[in-house]
Design a binder for this molecule. Structure first.
Ligand code: AMP
Length: 439
């Protein structure tokens, strides 16, 4: 194939060094993108199976939504949310999480008129101004599942089941659930008092963040990763001992359901999660063995948020959900080798063959046969090499001679045996050979 020569145009370079992506952001491309799309597909398939409908909410929301939803005094709102004023004077934030936006949408679109329960899921980028480190980004992706409906412990268990299924199907071999209950506002008020008493004499030893947390949001002290704070935390009273009767019985039932479903979990009385809206059940799903729980990275986190809807001036609807960290999942996937094999490779020689092949591609697509091809390449040797790399069991070769007689060559890549067949029969013939190969 003769290509037009590239014109030489002299241009001054704009930058001394090429620009880099902003700190804490990353490009997702081959081969990582294969895991990314596979995870999205798994989430989508399981969402459908469990009855969750997809929702897309804006990346920008009113600043006040997160301040009231996630809560002032949380790290996410106080330190990590990207907030800016528009030219029109509005204060907006880039979403640091999904839940608040989905609840806002539920209220705005009167989803309480839909048949109960309303089950929604989403997939997309989130933004947190964090210190970038391994597995922690300023723009990262989550898959998010939210259940709005009856306040029943089976809902919590069903969500945890869905979460464990996604993780397992994605290929994370070892994982376990960490679970706790942080009760209702009443239980928490009592617990805050005893926690305050416990920490009262220890504030001098706390890290600077925890000194602030002690005054502003004492439960957050249990979230701190600082070593000294972690040591002090070990002796702290446990919230499970301060739950009211209803919260206690709810938690007991969630645990019973997990036992019934055979889901491995450990109780972590210090799990509080970094967002204010949670109540009762909170959980994380971690990769690895339960013995190494303290060091294990969390793949996903979630819990109940029965009061958030009302807090945001909506109806009184209980809710429960979780969010999966997509990058974490990809980093920890056991099967790093994503399979990009094809069923058949289509090779062509010459312009007329290329034209015929474009039509043929569509027929294979309709037949759902995975094909490999490279229309910009004209060397047969190079194309057959690609067929080998993609592990195609067959290659189809279309040259000028074949085009002239409405034929095509089918080559068995293993034995190198070739046969010329009618072009009109090619899709059926490939189907037949693939079926034979799989049987
Ligand atoms: P959260 O929304 O904080 O409950 O987090 C849920 C999951 O999202 C975590 O378990 C992580 O897997 C993931 N995640 C949270 N923050 C980040 C981040 N900055 N970068 C990458 N993944 C994150």
């Amino acid at each position: 194939m003769s290509r037009p020569p590239k014109k030489k145009i002299r241009k001054k370079k704009l930058f001394k060094e090429p620009l880099q992506s902003p700190k804490g952001t990353h490009d997702i491309f081959y081969p990582e993108i294969l895991h990314f799309t596979r995870l999205e597909r798994i989430c989508s398939e399981l969402a459908e199976f469990f009855g969750y409908k997809r929702i897309e909410v804006p990346v920008i929301e009113n600043k006040a939504l997160f301040e009231h939803g996630v809560g002032i005094g949380t790290d996410i709102v106080d330190k990590e949310t990207y907030t800016f004023q528009t030219k029109g004077g509005d204060w907006l934030s880039l979403r640091p999480e999904f839940t608040s936006g989905i609840v806002r949408s539920y209220i705005q679109n009167s989803m309480d008129n839909w048949p109960e329960p309303v089950k929604l899921w989403s997939w997309g980028p989130l933004f947190r101004y964090e210190n970038p480190q391994a597995g922690r980004y300023r723009q990262f992706w989550q898959a998010d599942f939210e259940f709005f409906g009856p306040l029943d412990p089976i809902v919590d268990a069903e969500l945890i089941l869905l979460a464990t299924k996604i993780v397992k199907i994605f290929g994370i071999k070892q994982s376990f659930v960490e679970i706790n209950s942080i009760g209702c506002p009443e239980c928490r008020a009592n617990y805050r008092k005893v926690l305050k008493q416990y920490y009262h004499t220890k504030t001098r030893k706390l890290c600077s963040d925890c000194k602030v947390r002690f005054k502003k949001n004492i439960l957050r002290l249990l979230d701190c990763k600082n070593e000294t704070c972690q040591e002090i935390k070990k002796g702290a009273p446990e919230i499970l001992n301060y739950l009211c009767k209803d919260c206690s019985s709810h938690f007991q039932k969630v645990i019973e359901y997990l036992d019934l479903l055979g889901i491995a979990y450990i109780l972590n009385p210090q799990l509080v999660r970094g967002l204010d809206y949670y109540n009762r059940t909170v959980f994380e799903l971690k990769a690895g063995l339960a013995e190494d729980a303290a060091k294990a990275p969390a793949l996903l986190g979630g819990g109940r948020f029965d009061y958030l809807m009302k807090l945001l001036s909506g109806p009184d609807v209980p809710a429960c959900g979780f969010a999966i960290g997509v990058e974490r999942m990809i980093e920890l996937a056991a099967n790093k080798e994503e399979n990009e094999d094809v069923d058949v490779y289509l090779a062509q020689i010459g312009d007329s063959a290329r034209h015929k092949l474009i039509v043929l591609l569509e027929e294979f697509r309709k037949a759902k046969i995975k094909i490999g091809f490279d229309l910009a390449r004209d060397s047969l040797k190079a194309q057959l090499k690609s067929a080998d790399r993609l592990d195609a069991p067959f290659a189809l070769i279309l040259g000028q001679e074949e085009v002239l007689h409405d034929k095509i060559i089918i080559r068995d890549m293993k034995s190198s045996l070739q046969e010329t067949i009618n072009l009109a029969d090619v899709v059926e013939e490939v189907k037949k050979r693939l079926a034979k190969l799989k049987s």
